[in-house]
Design a protein around this ligand. Structure first.
Ligand code: EPZ
Length: 431
């Protein structure tokens, strides 16, 4: 198992190219099941989650291929993936695969919409909470699906096809909105999604579906209206830049000081987080090719955050912001409202010297912590990268174990940081 070794104390200077968004690429890939034609996705990040999803889709009969490098492309350019679901040969998504990646549960929607049936394993719990799928199933039921749970599997059927309906989510859910969008695109009649998630990744999926021939209005707002169509076609679509990767590197620069251009980043995808990072003491400017983050030496200001659905502060940046606040001049409050158990990084940050007290869903971070390198590991992707952020300023050397979590969501992290002056290396082998 690979490890990452970081010796802290160096400012970051240079350019970091921002990859395509993992959380947009995954639902876009799943949407390929909706059509017999080829869906070509550009700017796909090189991540283990993308590779795993290609395998999962392959199991249903989707031919997935990565195109070779084209003239003018560099190693940083995202990949182009073609997905052709000419014939769906298997409508079962087995436990062994779904339990490795929760988002693969979403295949239930396009399979049901196109084939009238799907048998998908319940994903089970995960490191950031219980994460039920009741709202996803409720959405499918509102579109006329029969849902049964048997031996850990959801069996969804709609022999006569799905019918448009009104889906009113009692709670904002990204996965629920993705599932509703995909299913409603091929349902008969009009679907209204109320209290829809407004995340940029939802808008990305809707725009791709529209290119494939779907009739969708209101994506990016809390009410989406879908007029079902009988079939969808192939399309070419480029994945939007990763706002969580953007925010993570912005926080890293705020942490170490320095000056970095986040190439390809878009401020509108994470304005709330950028505002908080600025409050903490970084300077952020929009440039024609991306976002520039800089911070002069000196103490950071303590800033409170509360995670919320988009356009609020994203839960996927909570751990990284907590790492940043360990170096603020005073105490800050980090309130997690999306997931009930997303504080697993607290104990690992403590191993580096952070002083953080947990009070239910609030973490109180005492600033001015003297961070010192140590071996650490984390149980999820964003928690792991918060340890990298902390290690960049910790005295001495930190070894981050279980790097496979990072590889799920951060393309070439050690190269991107290394090229900006960080003392960071990947050590291959047992860990
Ligand atoms: C997506 O997960 C992301 N995953 C998560 O990113 C992200 O943290 C999350 O949205 C919130 O922004 C992908 O896009 C692949 P939800 P998702 O449904 O769709 C509850 C990362 O690190 N809920 O919006 O699973 C749920 O428990 C990952 O990249 C129900 O109660 O999140 C949570 O409290 C981690 N019943 C809240 O809603 C349901 O049926 C929001 O979850 C569904 C969700």
């Amino acid at each position: 198992m690979d490890r990452i070794k970081i010796t802290g104390g160096r400012p970051l200077e240079g350019i970091i190219p921002i990859s395509g968004a993992k959380n947009a690429a995954l639902p876009l890939m799943i949407a390929s099941i909706l059509t017999r034609e080829t869906l070509t996705l550009h700017n796909v990040p090189r991540l283990s989650d993308v590779r795993l999803l290609m395998r999962i889709l392959g199991n249903h009969g989707v031919d997935a291929a990565i195109s070779g490098k084209r003239l003018g492309q560099s190693e940083e350019s995202g990949e182009t993936i073609t997905l052709s679901a000419r014939d769906i040969v298997d409508t079962t998504a087995p436990y062994e695969l779904v339990s490795r990646m929760r988002a693969s549960f979403w295949v239930i929607a396009p399979m049901l919409a196109r084939m009238g049936q799907a048998r998908v394993s319940l994903p089970g719990g995960c490191a950031i909470g219980t994460r039920p799928v009741d709202l996803l199933l409720m959405a499918l039921e509102k579109l006329g699906a029969d849902i049964e749970i048997d031996s850990g599997y959801v069996i969804a059927t709609a022999p006569k096809g799905l019918k448009g309906g009104t889906i009113d989510f009692p709670k904002v859910t990204v996965g629920g909105t993705h599932v509703a969008l995909m299913a409603a695109s091929l349902a008969d009649g009009t679907t209204i999604i109320k209290n829809a998630a407004r995340e940029p990744e939802i808008t990305d999926l809707a725009e791709c579906l529209i290119k494939m021939g779907a009739k969708i209005e209101g994506a990016g707002t809390s009410q989406i209206v879908i007029e079902g169509v009988a079939r969808l076609d192939g399309a070419h679509y480029a994945v939007l830049p990763d706002r969580i990767e953007t925010g993570t590197y912005a926080i890293a620069v705020a942490m170490t000081g320095g000056n970095v251009l986040l190439e390809g980043a878009r401020a509108d995808l994470l304005q709330n987080a950028l505002d908080h990072i600025e409050k903490a003491g970084a300077k952020i400017t929009v440039e024609p090719t991306g976002l520039r983050i800089s911070r002069a030496p000196g103490l950071l200001a303590p800033v409170d955050i509360t995670t919320e659905p988009f356009p609020g502060f994203p839960t996927d940046l909570q751990a990284q912001f907590m790492a940043l606040m360990t170096r603020a001049s005073g105490s800050s409050r980090i309130h997690e409202t999306i997931f009930e158990n997303r504080f697993m990084h607290v104990q690992e940050l403590a191993r580096l010297g952070a002083q953080i007290k947990l009070e239910g869903d609030v973490a109180i971070v005492k600033g001015q912590s003297r961070l010192k390198g140590a071996p650490v590991m984390a149980t999820d992707l964003r928690a792991s990268v918060s340890l990298i952020v902390a290690a960049l300023v910790a005295e001495g050397t930190t070894t981050v174990n279980r790097v496979y979590h990072l590889d799920r969501g951060f393309e070439a992290l050690e190269k991107k940081l290394g090229r900006c002056g960080a003392d960071i290396e990947r050590i291959s082998g047992e860990g």
